[in-house]
Design a protein around this ligand. Sequence first.
Ligand SMILES: Nc1ncnc2c1ncn2[C@@H]1O[C@H](COP(=O)(O)OP(=O)(O)O)[C@@H](O)[C@H]1O
Ligand SMILES: N[C@@H](CCC(=O)OP(=O)(O)O)C(=O)O
Length: 367
Amino acid sequence: MSGSQTLVVKLGTSVLTGGSRRLDRAHILELVRQCSQAINAGHRIVIVTSGAIAAGREHLGYPELPPTIASKQLLAAVGQSQLIRVWEQLFGIYGLHVGQMLLTRADMEDRERFLNAHDMLHALLDNRIIPVINENDAVATAEIKVGDNDNLSALAAILSGADKLLLLTDQRGLFSADPRSNPQAELITDVHVIDDELRMIAGGSVSGLGTGGMATKLQAADVACRAGIDVIIASGNEPELINEVLNGKPAGTLFHAQKNRLENRKHWIFGAPPAGAVTIDDGAQAALLERGSSLLPKGITHVQGDFSRGEVISIRSQQGRDLAHGVSRYNSDALRMIAGHHSQQISEILGYEYGSVAVHRDDMIVS
Ligand SMILES: Nc1ncnc2c1ncn2[C@@H]1O[C@H](COP(=O)(O)OP(=O)(O)O)[C@@H](O)[C@H]1O
Ligand SMILES: N[C@@H](CCC(=O)OP(=O)(O)O)C(=O)O
């Protein structure tokens, strides 16, 4: 890839604190230096920063708080202003300004809010201001939360029309097992397909600092790759990594983008991790992939998770391969009841109906 690129850099709490209880300002400065160098070379950089909760703890002197969501929100409210100040001061050393954007899933799921966020992000970039994005933890309730910054960064990558998404963490990439508990685990350098086998090896976070571990990084990679964006998971301690990633040098684990970029109109469907999944039979798979059909309840063999009508779900093959993402016309309970049945039976089974399809073709993006 040549010329100017847009790169989203997501920094996990693990990187920002260096595994300690404090923000590691010296290390953040080094990453800021690399970003500034890239901006001066004509690239566009978007920062997705974790660390508000860690910064809040540090600022308040590690208070004893009950382990509740409200405590995390309190820490995030205090810490976010500390965090943004760090980014502002450090980029200021290089004569660059930052603009804070605090997002939630609601900003992605609603078409109008999606466009507002999209326009603001581009306005900042056009003015050479670095967007610094985090989840709006202080006010986001569970229902409207993205929940982790890996998935949030995939959203930011889509919004900014990024070429690449770089997820910086405390490991060199995705390993064949969690290297913390399996020293023999090997680095996976290239991923073309994200399937159940890969999901099995991507574990959660055990450090007590991060949210989601590799599992949410894999979800983010899936979302971004489908949108045509290359994703790299790499260590936040690698010198000159940002430059190397922009130059296409191998680093960490590279998830190869799917070739055809999505139509912009459908991008918003990928703003959040799927709220659930349905497994479909081979006939429905052929209808979806070969004939461009909608998904009918008849073809569904299994419904996974708990989701509402209108939420995005993934549609999987019998082998667990993600075939498509789309907006479900029925909630998960209703889908469980009508799965395997003809559409004419929907109102008889449920006592109501929202039409004959489970996921309409217009609300679906096929891999
Ligand atoms: N297969 C795997 N390969 C690499 N790391 C893994 C894997 N499975 C689980 N992990 C864990 O994921 C952690 C990184 O995620 P997380 O703690 O959420 O960090 P961050 O703050 O960077 O998001 C690693 O420290 C590691 O213990
Ligand atoms: N929004 C939270 C971070 C959530 C999160 O995903 O953390 P991490 O796994 O460290 O990237 C915060 O600022 O503390």
